[in-house]
Design a binder for this molecule. Structure first.
Ligand code: BV8
Length: 255
C-alpha cells in the first residue's frame, strides 16, 4: 500500500536508486532466468549453459542457447514497468538505474547510463581478447570465430563463476549506500554479489521499496516496504500516486 510515509520519502528523495531483475522483463515476454531453462532447454541447468566451463565443454550448445534467447529479446518490447522507470528519471533530481538483466530493455525504453551488472546478451565479444566485436554475432559458425585472433566469440554476459565488471559493481554499491531510497524490482535476490546490494542500502539506513508479486526473502526484512504485484502495474501506479501532477512521459519511439 502506498501510504504518506512512502510518498514523502520518494518526494523528498534527492537520489533514488533502482535495482531490477528478470521480473521487470517478464511482462515483455522475456523468460526469467529460470524460465529460460524450460521447454527444449529444460534438461539443462544454469551450470550447464551459463558458465565458462560449459562454454569450454560445448561452445556450440552454449552459443545456441544464447542465440535462442537473443531472438526472444530482439522480438520483445519494453513494458510499462520499464517506461515508468524511465519516467522516474525526470521526476527525481538523481536516478541510478542498476540492472541484473542482460536484455537491454531499459535502454530501449529510453533509460540512459544503465549499470549492467551482468552484461548484455545483444553484445558479442572475443573469448580471448575480451573486446566487443560488434552488436550481435559476428560471422557464421556456432560459435563464430574472432576475425582477429580466431578464438570463439561469446555473448558479452557474466557467467556463474566469473567476476562482475568491477566499475559497474563499485558504482552500484556506492549508490546503494548513498541514495535516499532504493527501489528493488523483480528479483529473487538469489544471485550474488548483486543480491547483496539491498543489504548495503539497509546497513546505511536507506529505506527499501520492493516491487514483486512474490514474497521473496527481502520482503520480510526490516526497513523494506513490499508493494505486491507486477511491475508493469505497480510502478505506473506508484508514480501517479507520488507525483499526481506529472503527466505520463512522452514515450520514446520504440527502437
Ligand atoms: C561471482 C548473465 C566471483 C548470464 C547471470 C560457486 C562458484 C562460483 C560462484 C558461486 C558459487 N556459489 C555461489 C556463487 C556465487 C554465484 C551465485 O550467486 N550463485 C547463486 C546461484 C547461488 N555468483 C556468481 O557466480 C557471480 N560471480 O561470484 O564471481 C568471482 C570473483 C572474482 C574472480 C572470479 C570469480 C556471477 C553471477 C552472474 C551470473 N549471470 N546472468 C545469463 O543471463 O545467461 S545471473 C542471472 O540469474 C540473471 O542475470 C539474474 O541476475 C539471475 C536471476 O535472478 P533474478 O533476476 O532475480 O531472476 P529470478 O528469475 O531469480 O527472479 C525473478 C523475480 O521476479 C522473482 O522474484 C519473481 O517473483 C519476480 N517477478 C516475476 N514476474 C514479475 C516479477 N516482479 C515484478 N513484476 C513481474 N511481472
Amino acid at each position: 500500500m502506498i501510504d504518506a510515509a512512502l510518498t514523502g520519502a520518494l518526494r523528498e528523495a534527492r537520489h533514488v536508486m533502482v535495482l531490477t531483475g528478470a521480473g521487470i522483463s517478464a511482462e515483455s515476454g522475456i523468460p526469467t532466468f529460470r524460465d529460460a531453462l524450460t521447454g527444449l532447454w529444460s534438461r539443462y541447468r544454469a551450470e550447464d549453459l551459463a558458465t565458462p566451463e560449459a562454454f569450454a565443454r560445448d561452445p556450440g550448445l552454449v552459443w545456441d542457447w544464447y542465440a535462442w534467447r537473443r531472438e526472444r529479446v530482439r522480438a520483445a518490447q519494453p513494458n510499462p514497468g520499464h517506461r515508468a522507470i524511465h519516467a522516474l528519471a525526470s521526476l527525481v533530481p538523481r536516478l541510478t538505474l542498476v540492472t541484473q538483466n542482460v536484455d537491454g530493455l531499459h535502454q530501449r525504453a529510453g533509460s540512459r547510463n544503465v549499470i549492467e551488472l551482468h552484461g548484455n546478451i545483444l553484445r558479442t565479444r572475443c573469448s580471448h581478447e575480451d573486446r566487443i566485436v560488434e552488436e550481435g554475432p559476428g560471422g557464421t559458425g556456432r560459435p563464430p570465430r574472432c576475425a582477429d585472433c580466431g578464438a570463439f566469440l561469446r555473448p558479452d554476459v557474466v557467467w556463474f563463476g566469473e567476476p562482475l565488471p568491477a566499475e559497474a559493481l563499485r558504482g552500484a554499491a556506492e549508490a546503494a549506500s548513498a541514495c535516499d531510497v532504493l527501489l528493488v524490482v523483480g528479483t529473487s535476490g538469489l544471485v550474488y554479489p548483486a543480491a547483496g546490494l539491498p543489504g548495503v542500502a539497509r546497513a546505511a539506513g536507506v529505506p527499501v521499496i520492493l516491487v514483486d508479486p512474490q514474497a521473496v526473502s527481502l520482503a520480510g526484512q526490516t526497513g523494506v516496504r513490499h508493494l505486491v504485484g507486477p511491475a508493469g502495474r505497480v510502478l505506473p501506479a506508484l508514480l501517479a500516486r507520488v507525483w499526481p501532477d506529472s503527466a505520463p512521459p512522452a514515450l520514446p519511439a520504440i527502437s
